[in-house]
Design a protein around this ligand. Structure first.
Ligand code: MG
Length: 381
């Protein structure tokens, strides 16, 4: 709304100045003014790099880091702006440079309206085989824009019940006993703790025992493909099952299909595919090997495909989780629009960074709490 007021204010100043111009200039100025008030009917994509600063050094099975590179996008149309984001943790293989290179190729001038999401995203998909985060940054901005034009948030447009959102987990990364205790205390407002395991048995058990020395809050475990062998994985899962762990994400390599099928068959806890499930087309082959899937907007090119993944997974009787990278409240709030359909949510990426540039979905008493703001429900900070 600030944008509209600014447009009107600018238009007012320009009209007063027009009094001293000749008639041709006044005509040209009036056309320019009317465009300024209604906004351009052409979609315009802009983007810029942004470095998310981590509150703590973030460690998973194979790497540590203190910042996460991000590219922020905006699509303007008819006086309104939709916001999007590509979050780029190094292991995904996209960089700020590769995302901006991709976005430079995007030409939205061939589409007459942002409502053509299906055609636009088919075109975006045709520009390269990978670049899923770059594609998601366009998809999210488009959805935000369309929701704003409609004046409704996406959870409502999709017909979801906001009361059905799950609690979000809060991630505690691999670290020394002292830091893990400190992080666990920091996680006390959350109803679920997510723990990154997948190193050696001693370290993994130290993590769980250290957390359990502080709290009995339910734990979701993410092994990030770190366990090498199915019998070892099953023994670990039995041990974890006795310590109020409720679910295991990606225990072994994403390439070990038969081993995961055996593990899922024998495991007392649900086994969820993360690295093994990137996009819609991965889901059918995962049926039977995993209990469910972890959907992330940066893996699956955004909200449009994520919504399709929800339907397909449900049709195959697979369980649903929504996750994230280290992201600002932009991509987190976009993902949260799907949260009412999820059994588990791991949407803490914005809570792990010190310099969030948007305000969006809130966590109230541990639960993802959607707002009534249109689009993806965010405002710039
Ligand atoms: Mg994971």
């Amino acid at each position: 709304m600030t944008t509209r007021r600014d447009f009107l204010r600018t238009a007012g100043v320009v009209t007063a100045a027009a009094a001293i111009l000749n008639p041709f200039e006044i005509f040209a100025q009036t056309r320019k003014d009317s465009r300024a008030i209604s906004g351009s009917k052409k979609m315009q994509l802009t983007f810029r790099p942004y470095d998310a600063q981590m509150r703590h050094v973030f460690t998973i099975a194979n790497s540590s880091r203190t910042t996460t590179p991000i590219v922020l996008t905006e699509i303007s149309y008819d006086g309104m702006v939709g916001y999007g984001e590509a979050a780029l943790p190094p292991y995904l293989g996209e960089t700020q440079a590769s995302v901006m290179e991709f976005l430079k190729k995007v030409d939205l001038s061939k589409f007459s309206s942002p409502f053509e999401i299906q055609d636009i995203m088919t075109y975006i998909e045709s520009l390269s085989t990978n670049n899923t985060a770059a594609k998601a940054s366009v998809d999210i901005a488009l959805h935000d824009l369309v929701g704003k034009i409609m004046g409704q948030p996406w959870w409502k447009i999709w017909g979801f019940n906001a009361a059905n959102t799950p609690n979000t987990s809060f991630t505690v990364g691999l670290d020394t006993e002292e830091v893990v205790k400190e992080k666990t205390k920091e996680a006390s407002p959350y109803k679920v703790i997510k723990v990154k395991l997948g190193r050696d048995e001693k370290t993994d058990k130290m993590m769980i025992e250290t957390i359990r020395s502080v709290t009995n809050t339910p734990i979701c475990v993410d092994a990030n493909q770190g366990w090498k062998e199915k019998h070892y994985a099953l023994n670990m899962i039995h041990w974890l099952n006795e310590r109020n762990v409720t679910m295991i994400e990606q225990p072994m390599s994403k390439y070990l299909y038969d081993e995961h099928a055996w593990l899922t068959e024998n495991s007392p806890l649900p086994i969820i595919a993360d690295e093994a499930c990137q996009r819609l087309t991965d889901i059918p082959k995962l049926k039977g090997a995993y209990s469910g899937i972890n959907i992330k907007l940066m893996k699956c090119t955004g909200m449009r495909e994520a919504r399709e993944m929800v339907s397909l997974a449900k049709a195959l009787h697979m369980r649903l989780m929504i996750g994230c990278m280290t992201e600002t409240s932009c991509a987190i709030s976009a993902a949260a629009q799907l949260a009412p359909e999820m059994e588990w949510a791991d949407l803490d990426g914005n809570l792990l960074i010190a310099n969030d540039c948007y305000k969006g979905v809130q966590i109230v008493d541990g639960k993802i709490t959607l707002n009534e703001l249109p689009g993806i429900g965010i405002a710039k900070l």
